[in-house]
Design a protein around this ligand. Structure first.
Ligand SMILES: [Zn+2]
Length: 99
């Protein structure tokens, strides 16, 4: 299981500001950091807490040897996580055709 956690996106649905250069390790500094364009928070405390839980879960899953049963042995499962300020994550599983 591979988590791609990086970048922050503005929580305001009318604003498309995002910064993909922000690393996961830097997230803590961006809690309640105002968007440069609309001053909505880029990362809420709730979203940060959720992100940390996801990371912890992924670490445990990795230790237990968890793999996605739909993927070939040894294949990494890519999971993209989207958060919109509510603390409720939306998961996008990569590597599959969903069009
Ligand atoms: Zn914004």
């Amino acid at each position: 299981m591979e988590l791609n956690i990086y970048g922050l996106k503005c929580d305001n649905s009318n604003c498309d500001y995002q910064d993909k250069s922000i690393k996961f390790e830097e997230y803590e500094k961006y809690i309640n950091y105002p968007c440069p364009e609309c001053s909505e928070p880029l990362l809420t405390q709730a979203d940060f807490d959720t992100t940390m839980q996801i990371v912890k879960f992924a670490e445990i899953a990795q230790k237990l040897g968890f793999t996605n049963e739909n993927s070939a042995p040894g294949e990494l499962v890519k999971v993209q996580v989207e958060l919109d300020g509510t603390g409720i994550p939306r998961f996008n599983l990569g590597g599959k055709h969903e069009d």
